[in-house]
Design a protein around this ligand. Structure first.
Ligand code: SF4
Length: 387
């Protein structure tokens, strides 16, 4: 049965964490590149674009659910009894799922934001994408922010006129997984792009008045390319001047093609603390005269989630903050490392918030795991579960 026969819209598997509250619109499916060695997301699925007419039907379907739900909103509150009654009348599970999704977006999400899925929607013909953007603006006039993923080499190929058309049609922000600014690292991980494309693509996006949000993976070059990864990544940040730099500390995933890279030799996964030193090194090479956006560590995978701020003013603070952690006694650092890798959401000064018994167990493990490889394996066991 076709999805649209059941008054439902398609939803892809992921969105950036900063789009957790956005409505999700699936414009393309899966990834047109699909070769990055660290990535396990779409490996079993082929890429295809969706016909514009189908995507527009999905937008209409979302707008219909929004209107139906808002009919039960009066005097600042939802009539949950009639919402539940309406929900029960939906014939298919897909419809129920879509209704729930729009309800959650209306009640808990960002009612002004839509994210276009999947991995590289910018690969779509610009006039098709513009038509979709205009339809979103037509059916959702309340929307203030439309965002999408786009690969660096795709971004480098799009003509300035097309960017201008997309901006005019309503595209506000592009998220791009640059991962590293080092050509050596990009080749190693089969990213299918170059530093030059990253800079050209990033500049084109910003010159069109579209915000650029780029992601880097400190540690992805391993011990061998740590220095290169830090310095060349900072170079891309300085030259592209993105609005946002988002850090995603690299972790070698069990079952990923990075295991082959490691097994082939010449690449050794850096220790957790070495990855933090690489972050420090990268930040130290950012030129506040050139880079004016924000750094964020908005993911549990980063050891120090507080590292962030405006690049033109907060770099000294970020370096001091990292240094104050590095200056702690070894045991204190280890205690925090383990707690953090187990999911502790705050910084090391807040460890007292843990239950005494949990803290005692953490301290015991930190004290009694003398072998560094055992220690890293323990941390990795927790890190491996984060996406
Ligand atoms: S471009 Fe993105 S989604 Fe595609 S393989 Fe690389 S990391 Fe995965």
């Amino acid at each position: 049965m076709e999805t649209n026969e059941v008054n439902a819209f398609k939803i892809g598997p992921i969105r950036p964490p900063s789009e957790a509250n956005s409505l999700l619109l699936r414009v393309t499916e899966n990834c047109p590149w699909n070769k990055c060695k660290f990535c396990m997301l779409y490996k079993k699925n082929d890429f295809h674009t969706r016909p514009v007419v189908e995507v527009k039907k999905d937008i209409d379907c979302m707008a219909d659910y929004r209107d139906r739900i808002l009919r039960h909103f009066e005097s600042g509150t939802y009539d949950m009894e009639s919402i539940n009654a309406e929900y029960r009348t939906l014939a298919y599970d897909e419809e129920k799922f879509c209704y729930q999704m729009v309800f959650r977006w209306l009640t808990e999400g960002d009612r002004q934001a839509i994210f276009l899925q999947d991995a590289n929607t910018m690969v779509l013909r610009p006039d098709w994408l513009a038509e979709i953007l205009r339809h979103i603006r037509l059916r959702f006039p309340e929307i203030q922010r439309i965002t999408s993923y786009g690969r660096a080499n795709t971004l480098a190929k799009i003509a300035p006129d097309d960017y201008a058309m997309l901006r005019e049609a309503g595209l506000n922000r592009i998220h791009s997984g640059y991962e590293s600014g080092s050509d050596k690292v990009l080749q190693l991980i089969a990213k299918g792009t170059t530093q030059e494309e990253q800079i050209i693509g990033g500049r084109k996006v910003r010159e069109a008045g579209i915000q650029l949000s780029i992601y880097f993976m400190p540690g992805v070059g391993g011990r061998e390319l740590s220095e290169d990864n830090a310095v060349e990544t900072a170079k891309v940040i300085n030259e592209a001047n993105p609005d946002f730099v988002r850090l995603r500390t690299f972790v070698l995933r069990t079952g990923s093609l990075m295991e082959e890279v490691r097994n082939n030799g010449g690449w050794t996964e850096a220790a957790d603390m070495e990855k933090l030193l690489e972050i420090r090194n990268m930040i130290a090479h950012i030129d506040p005269q050139k880079a004016h956006g924000k750094i964020t560590s908005d993911h549990i995978i980063n050891l120090l989630q507080e590292v962030g701020g405006d690049m033109d003013t907060d770099i000294p603070w970020m370096l001091d903050y990292i240094d104050s952690f590095l200056a702690l006694p070894e045991l204190e650092k280890r205690k925090y490392q383990l707690a953090r890798r187990m999911g502790f959401p705050l910084d090391w000064k807040q460890l007292w918030r843990l239950k005494e018994s949990d803290l005692a167990r953490i301290e015991d493990t930190a004290k009694n795991t003398a072998d560094e490889r055992d220690w890293e394996a323990k941390l990795h066991m927790f890190l491996d579960r984060y996406i």
